[in-house]
Write a protein that binds this ligand. Structure first.
Ligand code: SAM
Length: 389
């Protein structure tokens, strides 16, 4: 109503530019009546504003919750900020008290019970902001880690038989799932998910890549998180996709062997196979240097390395470190449980002058956020230490 009446008055009483030029300082009677009406409207608006503020104070703001929820929903559905975990947070930009950021907890040492939640502001390099997963992502995560009724692998016979399942072991990736799609466990999936949401929120460009994917479960989750966030990232799925040389995985080589087709089928099963998913087959020692010059790749926002061996990590990091932009995240799956992997990291840091510290995720893994760029000196690459080739 008010809008219609205002706009109709506006058009009837509008002065043309030539009128304004001819009579700059003599308002006519029509102008006076407009002024009176404008001041009346203003009083009306002030009164309305006053009533609104009063209601807001009396209701403690809770009455407006449906509206903020509606706003959030609409922004997520239609706005440019439709990315889960973007910087846009209506609760902090409105008069509502801002929600404190909660970081994903980290583990202090080998003991799974000694965990700690970093402070988002004071310890930002240790902090990946945590959000509850959507029911869809939660279901994917619980499915890819393997079902309880399938038990856990009997390591004595390379998973030819199964033993009873314990939730704690699966949670921290300390067992192997006979039929699961990933062996990393729930905590490391949480870390990977938070890393993807973090680079989305910080608008760090680039793909998500895992070197060493086994059955593909963690990258299946990454694809689902990426699709759910409506952030169009490419996914690079890199593995030998065949039985590694004899002795590499001792008695578990059958259990660890996969094929590219098997992993493609797994992506397809979860409806996350698309032309954004790139499969790279071969030993990292050969594929990683080639990836460095692959025009389709561009930068890598989240680089996850899960290759178990010194040489697998060395090839991956020497070739691909430079592809990770500042703000990007690097995850090492085996760094605390495989002494050779830790040895590689300490060599790499020392030889290349890398200053970032790694943050422990669980008994096995750690991550770091790249805070500065270092030009990699390829001549400092070391000879074969222990290799999967
Ligand atoms: C522990 S599994 C990876 C687990 C996986 N990330 C998951 O989510 O369950 C290690 C994988 O790395 C691969 N791998 C290890 N070293 C490699 C190398 N040098 N080149 C290619 N693939 C390698 C193996 O084929 C195996 O699939």
């Amino acid at each position: 109503m008010a809008m219609t009446s205002r706009s109709s008055h506006g058009s009837a009483g509008a002065q043309s530019d030539s009128d304004k030029l001819c009579h700059p300082s003599h308002p006519n009677p029509e102008q006076s009546s407009q002024k009176a009406e404008a001041s009346h409207n203003q009083t009306e608006r002030l009164a309305l504003l006053f009533i609104l503020i009063l209601v807001l104070i009396l209701s403690g703001g809770s009455r407006f919750e449906p509206f903020t929820v509606y706003l959030k929903h609409n922004i997520n559905q239609h706005g440019s900020n439709s990315i889960r975990g973007t910087a846009l947070d209506t609760s902090s930009s409105s008069s509502a008290p801002s929600k404190p950021k909660v970081c994903l907890d980290v583990q202090i040492n080998d003991d799974i019970h000694v965990r700690y939640t970093p402070d988002a502001d004071m310890e930002s390099e240790q902090c990946l902001v945590y959000h509850e997963p959507s029911p869809y992502i939660d279901l994917i995560m619980k499915t890819v880690v393997g079902f309880p009724n399938h038990g856990k692998c009997n390591l004595i016979d390379g998973c030819k038989t199964a033993l009873p399942y314990t939730p704690e072991e699966r949670n921290y990736g300390n067992d192997w799932p006979p039929y699961g799609y990933t062996m990393v466990g729930y905590k490391r999936l949480e870390n990977f998910r938070a890393a993807i949401e973090e680079v989305n929120r910080n608008q760090i460009p680039g793909a998500i890549m895992e070197l060493g994917v086994w059955r593909g479960g963690s990258m299946i989750m990454a694809a689902a998180v990426s699709n759910d966030a409506q952030y169009p990232r490419n996914l690079w799925v890199v593995d030998a996709f065949e039985t590694l040389p004899p002795g590499t995985y001792a008695g578990a080589s059958d259990y660890l062997a996969t094929t590219e087709q098997m992993v493609r089928d797994n992506f397809d099963f979860f409806h996350v196979l698309s032309d954004r998913v790139y499969f790279v087959k071969g030993m990292f020692q050969n594929t990683a240097p080639a990836l460095k010059f692959n025009d389709d790749l561009g930068s890598i926002a989240v680089l996850r390395v899960d290759g178990n061996f010194y040489d697998s990590y060395q090839s991956s990091m020497y070739s691909l470190y430079a592809k990770v932009p500042v703000g990007g995240i690097v995850i090492f799956d085996d760094v605390f449980s495989h002494p050779d992997v830790l040895k590689f990291w300490l060599h790499f840091k020392q030889d290349q002058g890398i200053t970032e510290k790694i943050n422990r995720i669980d008994r096995h893994s750690a991550w770091f956020r790249k805070t500065r760029d270092v030009e990699i000196d390829m001549t400092r690459m070391r000879g074969p230490e222990n290799r999967a080739s």
